[in-house]
Each structure stands twice: as C-alpha cells, then as structure tokens.
Design a protein around this ligand. Structure first.
Ligand SMILES: Cc1cc2nc3c(=O)[nH]c(=O)nc-3n(C[C@H](O)[C@H](O)[C@H](O)COP(=O)(O)OP(=O)(O)OC[C@H]3O[C@@H](n4cnc5c(N)ncnc54)[C@H](O)[C@@H]3O)c2cc1C
Length: 438
C-alpha cells in the first residue's frame, strides 16, 4: 500500500498502530483469520533497531528465540545473536514474507472513541476509523534523562544511549557512562574495547552468566519453564513489570559482562550518580552492594540450573563457580569532569512512555496501560508488545507472537459477538473468560 493513499476517510475492522515486531505479528495473525486491517508505522519497519541502536549492537537473546508468527529464525546460527543490521533484515524479510497491509511514514497523532463506539485515528495524512485498535508502539518512547543532566557544563557532550553509535563519533577524551542496564553495560564495553577511558556509574541491575554447564543460560531457563511463566503467577505483578533486565551480551558469539573484570582492566567504577555541581560529580556509596547483588543473582540462577540438572538426571559438565576478580576498596565517591578529562556523558538511563495521543481512560497514575493480556477495559482497544504483558517474552521476540495470536483470537471472537449484538459490548475480561481462547 503506498503511504497514506487509502487512509484518509477509510474504515477498517482493525487498525494496528506501529509496524515493529509486535505490529507485524498481530497483522500476520489477523491476515490468517481473514480480518481486514491496516498497519500504520510512523517511520519504516525496523526503525527502532535501525535508528536507535549503536553500531556494535546485537541481541542478548539467542536467534532461536526469534520466532515471529509464521516466520521462525531460518538462518544457520540458531544459538548465535543477530547484530543490528541482521535484525532489521529479519523484520524486512517478515514483511516480504506475508506482505502486510502496511502504511509507512504516517504517525497517528490522536486516537479516540466516538460516541457510536468507532475508533477515530488522526494523522497528518488524513483521518480514518476502525472498529478495533491494537497499540503496538513499543515500550520505549522518550529518552529518560535525570534533571541533573541540565546542570552539567555546556562544554560537555551529552548523548542518550539511543543516540550513541560508536566511540569515533564522540569527541576525544574520557567518557562517563551512567547506568548499567543492558545498554549501559554494552556501551561501556564498546568504549572500553575502543580504548577509551571509561568511568561507569553502576546501578542496581542484576546480571546473568552467558553460559553455564555447557549451554547458554537462556536455553537452560527455557527448558526449566521460566519463559512460560505467566505474570498472573506473581503476587507482585506491578513490580515484575518494572524490573530491570539482567546484563549479559551476545557480542562475538556471547559472553558474560563482568564489571569487575572491566575495573581490573582499567575502567573506573562508581556507585549511582547522585549529584552534579559544575564539573563536580557525587556518587552513592553503593558500588560494592550493587556488584555483590548482581553477582548473587547470577549465581542464584546457576543454583537453579544445578537443581534442574540434578532433578532431571541430566548429564552436563561441571563448571567452577564465579570468583570475583576485583573488589571496590576505597572507591572515590567524587569525580571532577575536567580533572578526569571527561568530554562526554552517555546517559543509559532508559526511556519513558508517551501515550498522550491516546484519549482513553485506560492508564494508571504512572501512565502504564491497565490491561489483561493486552485487552483494556475499553472494548476493542488493545496493547501488544509491553514488557511482561503476559510473560517474560512479551516485549521480546520470544513471545510477542503468542500474545499476538491471543489478541487476534480475541478480536475475531469480539467481531463474532458484535455481529450478534450489533456492537462491541462487555468488558473484555468477561469476554475472555467466556470464549475458548488462550
Ligand atoms: C537496548 C535494547 C535491547 C534489546 N534487546 C533485545 C533482545 O536482545 N532480544 C529481544 O527479544 N528483545 C530485545 N529488546 C526488546 C524489544 O525486542 C524491542 O524493544 C523491540 O523494538 C520491541 O518491538 P515492538 O514492535 O514492540 O516496538 P518497536 O520496535 O518500538 O516498534 C514500534 C513502532 O511503532 C512506531 N510508532 C510509535 N508511535 C507511533 C504512532 N503514534 N503512529 C504510528 N507509528 C508509531 C515506531 O516508529 C516503531 O517503529 C531490546 C530493547 C532495547 C531498547
């Protein structure tokens, strides 16, 4: 479909907003069920991966977990990790595979439900309507920087992790990386390998070993049923959804990220960044506890794998446990940017959601959409691709397809009911329990 041609004034059974892996997955499932729909993508398919990841980026999840509906990974390295451009090609290949009704280069700027129950979607290319809408705009909208970033001197270059590309694009000098989620750790390693002096403000993210007892830990955890667990199995679902990911890398075939080894090799580690005053920075006294906790999580995962191996009588090679290679004795809690020749700060401090264009009473006080398996209390309005929407893999390649199938079933069933009742009725959760789905 050419950009926006047929959009203005058109009506669809379903509008899918966002053409990333989530939007494409549900489009595939709607196509399978013969449901007419449109997928509206603000940029190009693969935009997030193409434009918001650094040059050496690669997945931390193994390729075999890339299993979009009807399009499992078909390369020759299922245990490897796709690099950025391979991921873009994988998504483009998916589009070529089933040719979704995709309109690229069009942003939906407002969504609201008319009194008659039809959804109205506004774009700069004209407005259109739909009976049901799937929001598949991803979880990572606006780069999140702490307010103290504004107090740093103008002479300093500041970039968010989504704008970082490689060491050569930064001015010469040392670099401060703030944050140790997946992005912060991988960017710190990238700069470190490029020979930059890196200063790293370490947060509370946990870590996981890449391999243990002869296999990728992801493969063990999969076999142990970890990824099949539903969010409904947790008492603290809200907290689980906000959890920071474990750090590890898929780079060069996959390896651990061991911040202690980086420190041993010359990287400077600090606790959380707490204060900025001119060129003077202050850090919390939590480096030791953050490193210890991250290691404890990684070793706890190994304990669980050991228990699984024993319980199942699996033959697997023994492996010595991790021994810390560096300890943070008397780490400084202050740092002067000029003194340390720091010319750049890379903020690896995550993203905020921005759903302000959606006019529907479905958000909690923090702007998180309230839903059950993606279905909201507004009949016909769904979300897809949220982290832990239903399981660990919901916001990832691993299970977004399962969630897409669930929603497509739901949408199909709602249409059947609407045919009988004349309109989409009832709370979706009630519908869900009444229908043979999931
Ligand atoms: C640093 C990082 C590393 C990750 N590593 C992994 C990994 O190793 N393995 C894994 O499985 N997952 C990983 N993920 C998680 C996940 O796979 C990605 O976030 C993925 O991009 C999510 O896909 P999505 O389709 O849900 O959303 P997105 O890829 O964000 O796609 C949403 C699309 O919606 C479009 N859009 C947004 N608003 C509008 C609008 N109003 N109108 C029209 N279009 C709109 C955007 O242009 C975008 O193309 C990682 C995420 C990050 C941030």
């Amino acid at each position: 479909m050419s950009p926006a041609t047929q959009l203005s004034g058109a009506h669809y059974s379903v509008a899918v907003v966002g053409g990333g892996q989530a939007g494409l997955s549900v489009s595939h499932e709607l196509r399978e069920r013969g449901i007419d729909h449109v997928v509206v993508e603000a940029h190009r398919v693969g935009h997030e991966w193409r434009e918001r990841r650094w040059d050496s980026f690669c997945l931390v999840t193994p390729n075999w977990q890339c299993r979009l509906p009807g399009y499992p990974y078909h390369g020759d390295d299922p245990d490897g990790f796709m690099v950025r451009d391979d991921i873009v090609r994988y998504l483009e290949g998916y589009v070529a595979h089933f040719r979704p009704p995709l309109v690229e280069g069009v942003t939906v700027t407002r969504l609201r439900r008319s009194p008659s129950g039809v959804f109205e979607l506004a774009t700069a290319n004209g407005d259109f309507t739909a009976d049901q809408v799937v929001i598949a705009t991803g979880p990572y909208h606006t780069p999140s920087l702490p307010p103290m970033a504004q107090r740093l001197p103008d002479s300093l270059t500041q970039v968010h992790s989504s704008r970082y590309r490689n060491a050569d694009r930064l001015p010469p000098g040392a670099v401060l990386v703030v944050g140790t989620g997946q992005s912060g750790c991988q960017i710190a390693e990238d700069l470190h390998l490029a020979g930059r002096q890196v200063h790293l403000a370490v947060g509370s993210a946990p870590r996981v070993a890449r391999f243990y007892r002869g296999r990728d830990c992801v493969a063990w955890l999969d076999e142990m049923g970890h990824y099949a667990k539903s969010i409904d199995d947790f008492d603290d679902a809200g907290a689980v959804r906000m959890r920071v990911n474990h750090y590890v890398t898929g780079r060069d075939g996959g390896r651990d990220i061991d911040l202690r080894a980086f420190a041993r090799d010359g990287m400077r580690l600090y606790g959380r960044l707490t204060e900025v005053s001119g060129t003077a920075l202050e850090f919390a006294d939590d480096l030791k506890v953050n490193l210890d906790r991250a290691d404890a999580v990684a070793e706890g995962i190994k304990d669980a794998i050991d228990a699984h191996i024993t319980a199942q009588g699996i033959t697997a090679p023994d492996e010595p446990r991790y021994v810390p290679v560096w300890e943070p004795d008397d780490q400084p809690r202050e740092l002067d940017l000029e003194h340390a020749d720091i010319t750049t700060v890379v903020w690896s401090t995550g993203f905020r959601r921005d759903h302000r264009w959606i006019e529907a009473p479905v958000f909690d006080g923090r702007g998180y959409p309230m839903h059950w398996r993606g279905a909201t209390s507004v009949p016909g309005l769904y979300f897809l691709g949220l982290p832990w929407q239903h399981s660990w893999g919901s916001g990832r390649f691993e299970a977004v397809g399962r969630d897409a199938e669930f929603l497509a079933n739901h949408i199909e069933a709602s249409r059947r009911l609407a045919d009988v009742c004349g309109t989409l009725t009832g709370a979706p959760t009630d519908l869900a329990s009444a229908l043979p789905i999931g």
